[in-house]
Design a protein around this ligand. Structure first.
Ligand SMILES: Nc1ncnc2c1ncn2[C@@H]1O[C@H](COP(=O)(O)OP(=O)(O)OP(=O)(O)O)[C@@H](O)[C@H]1O
Length: 850
């Protein structure tokens, strides 16, 4: 936290007279000309007058410094401030310099009300305060889940909604149940499997049998949803199950069903829990179960939770700081990033994020389960496919977090099967596989290589995947442990490799047809747990090692694709871009129909992981902020890839546009710098998105530097175009005359793209990668331009200083302009190449226009 004052040379005091020394080679006029810049008392005239007066000033000194000024004005667009001579603007320049160094500006400036790439949950107000050394982004949010505060399931589950009288009734009833639990262990009363003696010993474990699904091994037949399910009242109560758990720990059974609370808030062994759920209390007549609508809306489609792990021994030994603060009872966290000013003094930048739940380092795995998976378990008996995945850099705690969840969920599922859904023919199946380098391996079958196939009905089948029917926790535990062991020891680099693979454990609920176990059971719902590869691995695409590069690209692709699918899901899009990667393809059945997604973002607290942590949080925020009802997302304003490549950069036009230059001049520098700092926030919030970049370049054609940074709210609300939609579908979201055109309707227009354009997934991946690279290069170029602008401003300041050498000025200006030109040429070459590839693949087609 340091305050840095300006270099004295940069200050221009009121009434100061600047001197411009004549070029030694001799321009016309006297060797020194004096230009009164302003007088301390003179009120600042209006912008038009300013311009006139400066023009006059220039003209009036034609015989002295006028030529020089004219030369400068022609040389660079950024010379316009040189012509600005009023005091107000001078002050603005002073401010701008301060602010560009991250200091000096006082008070909040409301910069952008819309979203930027990263830390803004859509629809929220955003403020940036740049105060002293501290940049702070504060996102006050209209929470997605209104009952924010605390960290319990109540935030996620809209379980209230019941009249107070009914809530009291629930409480009363549950208290009674707690008193009256009989301890009956229902699962023992009805074994789910035939006698052990009837099966080979190899299929028995701990007295419990394990038998692979020999009916249709490996076929994840999620589409067979014709099972007769439970009566409405039962479903409603099951759905209300978490509500019961919020009230007390007890069970309600009656009229043939039971809602099963678990060891809420405590680790309890299965027997304890099972024993406590056998009461047969009748359901109070006063209790009105939640309606179907309430039931389905009770669990959000997407929930994003962040979990911070504690500092580990190594980090403590290295005296690394914990840079993440989490306010107790809040769903927000702040990352304190250390940054350096240009003079190398340190300052802290705060990044604040808001999520559905934020779990600090003291939160137990039990609480994580309670917050994430527990509420969705009942839904999978009701045709819902739920997916829970952990995202984060290597070592951030993904495995630590994910590991216990399937077992806990299995406990809940078995309880429901044994109680609420007793005698209804439900069966539980476990499968566990891994995606490594784009290939599938069965973790429960000695890493046997698996094949993914799509049948004529577009059902995804994982051929050869072994599914195990299970009915006891011990068996499930053994299977999970076996799979985990296979995952980490199956490849040479153990943990190193596990971080490069996605592990997917699936719990499938099936139901026998007409209670006939000899017929193949049909799938009712599924819960998938995904321990994703380390997110930073996706960045390994520049690694020299080819294998690492390929893996990095694959991981990158899958993480992007996953985000796109979740986004599409939450939009209720008809078309889900599951083809973006192997990961999303195998999860296809989880992306159709009624689905729920829980994302757990794991973050490391140490300062050394700051960048990765911010990336993880931005990814998470992107998932959440793009969700329905959560952002002002508007497809009509979505800028697409096609548009961005179709509009070439044209700085020359900008430079030549004197009308715009004067407009810029009129607006003054303060606006530019304010906008510039908005730009930096946008960039630092994440990556400048394609749409932002596009907006930038579109603006650059018709506006000046200042306006280039003037992002509208709408643009900042925009999302990067879908990168991972299958084939040409990726480019199907187009704004046309401000009207949205939905992906699904475009996809139907087969005439607009050639299905055979891509010979393989690799080609598509290459193209997507090229797009990413282009956007990255563009971003770098924009950053470089900003640095150049600063340099030019310094140069201009110095040009006014007494004793300034004109030859040095000219030399530096030349260098600056060459640098600028080189950057543009390089980017243009990349753009042209990309455009060529798009055309080759028939992605850029004019027929996409309406
Ligand atoms: N919340 C936590 N509390 C205590 N220890 C934790 C926590 N989270 C992670 N750890 C510890 O941190 C280390 C790394 O965790 P873990 O292996 O889960 O990371 P990961 O993100 O899965 O890494 P990779 O991507 O390499 O598989 C482990 O030793 C783990 O026990």
């Amino acid at each position: 936290m340091h305050e840095v004052s300006h270099k004295p040379g940069n200050h221009i005091a009121p009434g100061h007279v600047l001197h411009i020394q004549r070029h030694p080679l001799g321009l016309d006029g006297p060797s020194v000309s004096r230009h009164p810049i302003w007088t301390g008392s003179a009120p600042s005239p209006g912008p038009a007058t300013d311009f006139e007066s400066s023009s006059n000033s220039m003209g009036g000194n034609r015989g002295s410094g006028g030529h020089l000024l004219a030369l400068l004005a022609c040389s660079s667009l950024f010379l316009s401030p040189l012509l600005s001579v009023d005091r107000r603007r001078r002050k603005s320049r002073g401010d701008s310099r301060r602010e560009s160094c991250g200091r000096g500006r006082e008070g909040p400036i409301s910069l952008i009300g819309g979203r930027m790439n990263g830390a803004v949950v859509g629809g929220r107000q955003m403020q940036q305060r740049t105060g002293g050394q501290l940049h702070q982004r504060q996102y006050s949010s209209d929470q997605i889940f209104p009952e924010a505060g605390g960290g319990g399931a109540s935030k996620w589950l809209q379980l209230g909604g019941l009249p107070a009288s009914q809530q009291v009734e629930y409480s009363r009833m549950l208290r009674n149940m707690q008193r009256g639990m009989s301890g009956e262990f229902l699962s023992s009363a009805e074994p789910l499997t035939p006698p052990i003696s009837s099966r080979p010993s190899s299929q028995r474990k701990n007295g419990e049998e394990v038998f692979p699904n020999d009916l249709s091994p490996g076929i994840l037949d999620i589409h067979s949803f014709d099972t007769e399910l439970l009566p409405e009242v039962i479903l409603s109560l099951v759905s209300a199950f978490p509500y019961f758990k919020l009230l007390c720990c007890g069970q309600m059974t009656g009229a043939g069903f039971g809602a099963l609370p678990l060891g809420y808030g405590h680790e309890r062994n299965l027997d304890d829990i099972e024993a406590s759920f056998s009461s047969n209390r009748p359901l109070s007549r006063n209790i009105v179960p939640p309606s179907e609508k309430e039931k389905t809306s009770s669990v959000a489609k997407i929930k994003v939770v962040v979990r911070k792990r504690p500092l580990n021994k190594k980090e403590i030994a290295k005296k690394e700081d914990d840079i993440i603060t989490i306010e107790p009872g809040c769903n927000s966290l702040t990352v304190h990033e250390t940054k350096f000013k240009v003079d190398l003094t340190e300052y802290l930048e705060k990044h604040e994020f808001v999520f559905d739940a934020v779990l600090d380092e003291n939160v137990s795995n039990e609480e994580v389960y309670h917050e994430t998976v527990e509420p969705i378990v009942p839904a999978i008996f009701n045709r819902t496919k739920a997916t829970c995945f952990a995202y984060g850099q290597t070592g951030s705690g993904k495995t630590y977090t994910m590991h216990p969840l399937p077992l806990k969920a299995s406990q809940d599922i078995l309880r429901l099967m044994h109680h609420a859904y007793r005698n209804q023919g439900f069966q539980l199946f476990v499968s566990f596989f891994e995606i490594y380098g784009g290939k599938l391996f069965d973790l429960l079958n000695d890493r046997r290589k698996l094949c993914m196939r799509e049948d004529g009905k577009q059902k995804v089948c994982i051929v050869g995947l072994q599914e195990y029917r299970v009915s006891s926790i011990d068996t499930i535990k053994d299977l999970i442990e076996k799979g985990n062991a296979t995952r980490s020891t199956g490849t040479t680099g153990a943990n190193e490799e596990s971080s490069r693979s996605h592990a997917i454990l699936q719990l499938a609920i099936k139901k026998s047809v007409d209670g006939n176990e000899s017929k193949p059971a049909r799938i009712c719902g599924k819960l998938s747990f995904i321990d994703l590869a380390g997110s930073e691995r996706g960045a390994d695409t520049t690694d020299n090692d080819k294998q690492t590069r390929i893996e990095g690209a694959e991981i990158n692709k899958s993480l992007l694709a996953l985000k796109e699918c979740i986004r599409a899901l939450d939009n209720d899009q008809v078309h889900i871009p599951f083809r973006g990667s192997k990961l999303t393809e195998v999860l296809r059945d989880s992306f159709v129909g009624d689905s729920r997604t829980v994302m757990i973002s794991c973050i490391s607290p140490n300062s050394g992981s700051c960048e990765h942590t911010l990336n993880t949080l931005r990814y998470a925020d992107r998932v959440k902020s793009l969700s329905k009802g959560n952002s002002k997302k508007d497809l009509s304003s979505t800028t697409n890839l096609r548009e961005s490549v179709a509009a070439p950069l044209s700085f020359s036009k900008t430079e030549g546009n004197t009308a715009d230059a004067s407009e810029n001049y009129k607006r003054g520098w303060s606006k530019q710098i304010e906008n510039e700092s908005s730009f930096f926030s946008a960039r630092e919030d994440g990556i400048l998105t394609a749409s932002q970049a596009n907006h930038f370049q579109v603006n650059s054609r018709s506006s000046t530097t200042a306006e280039m940074f003037n992002y509208s709210e709408d643009v900042l609300e925009q999302e990067k175009p879908s990168l991972m939609k299958g084939k040409a579908e990726a480019y199907a979201v187009l704004p046309t005359n401000g009207k949205a055109r939905r992906v699904d309707s475009l996809v139907k227009r087969k005439d607009v793209f050639d299905e055979d354009s891509f010979d393989s997934d690799d080609e598509l991946a290459d193209l997507l990668k090229e797009e990413e690279d282009l956007v990255t290069a563009h971003r770098r170029q924009v950053e470089a331009t900003l640095n150049i602008v600063r340099e030019e401003m310094r140069l201009l300041d110095e040009a006014y200083q007494p004793g300034n050498q004109l030859d040095e000025y000219v030399t530096r200006l030349n260098a600056i302009l060459s640098q600028k030109a080189a950057g543009i040429v390089e980017l243009q070459a990349r753009l042209t190449n990309f455009q060529k590839h798009l055309t080759e693949k028939h992605v850029l087609v004019s027929s996409l226009a309406p």
